[in-house]
Design a protein around this ligand. Sequence first.
Ligand SMILES: *Cc1c(COP(=O)(O)O)cnc(C)c1O
Length: 397
Amino acid sequence: MSESEGTARFRPETRLVHGGTLRSQFGETSEGLFLTQGYVYDTAEQCEARFKGQDPGFIYSRYSNPTIAMFERRMIELEGAEAARSTATGMAAVTTAILAPLKAGDHVVASKALFGSCLYVVQDLLPRYGIETTLVDGLDLDQWQRALRPNTKTFFLESPTNPTLDVLDIAEIAKIAHSGGARLIVDNVFATPIWQSPLSLGADVVVYSATKHIDGQGRCLGGIILSSEAFIAEHIHNFMRQTGPSLSPFNAWVLLKGLETLGVRVRAQTENAAKIAEALAKHPKITRLVYPGRSDHPQAATVKKQMGAGSTLVGFEVKDGKAGAFRCLNGLKISRISNNLGDAKSLVTHPATTTHQRLAPEARAELGISEGFIRFSAGLEHPDDLIEDFERALERV
Ligand SMILES: *Cc1c(COP(=O)(O)O)cnc(C)c1O
């Protein structure tokens, strides 16, 4: 296999197309899909050297595989990380990044506005293994500061948050974490690598659900952890080899092809989201709208400081609570009801009855997830069709 030259000196669009490509002796244009569990060795000596780490090459696809290595390398070059490990799902990436470095007696601080399964990991799973956790209002820097303890090892947040699209100040929260000797892990799914680079803002680790924008076409699950070489070597490498949350080479191949068009899709979807936000903001049936690209966003200054543009997501509240939200969702013909996001197809979610139904009503209210709240994930359709679809559906509210 011949390796492409690093693409780090090129702009992101170029890195997305060429980064990490490995070419076999056949000179294929498209990335090769290596559906192999294992590898054979020319001699017993070569095999021994491979296991000792003295011979470069692959050993077993739970550890790595050429197609998976290409996906990781392309993400490393895009994100400006030193190293990465890809996982079967976004939740495998989040769970591994949080859990692998910790032991009983350690302490984790997380923003309480989290993707439902991330909240489960922090709130329910970690304490079962003797890891203490504190949930804070991520927008309130004093709460992060006050939550620091001598045994705090990890801060964890997502920004923009799901589903209310609050924007947390990553650079300031990283400073607080580092002042207490803790690391900051950022779930960057809602921002995408196109609009936000947490490592350059001071975060230590970035995780993605590649299921979302990176695939972006509703086909497969995947995840990735990106960070320094030291963090991967010390905490992630062996944990993943031995416990096996590995990505399938087939899914890595799909995700590699997804990366080629990530920039084009995310830009077009963001433009669509901004147009829908503009059209819906003053609609008489809508009582509240949040979009990180608008000047009326509560953290507009932070958006300007740390994000390249708004987001592919819009949150809004319709009149008449759950009944109104359901009438709107059921009236849509183009945007489909789903709990997914980041897809080429526009998707709408009612968080109170789906992604956040596990929470007590008071906890939902505290997060701003009212009964009438809808999360819209902009796809690639024509924006005027999407706006007309919403206008028709909102007539029923
Ligand atoms: C979807 C999502 C995850 C989990 O990813 P899966 O690939 O579904 O496991 C984690 N965090 C955020 C913010 C997500 O949107």
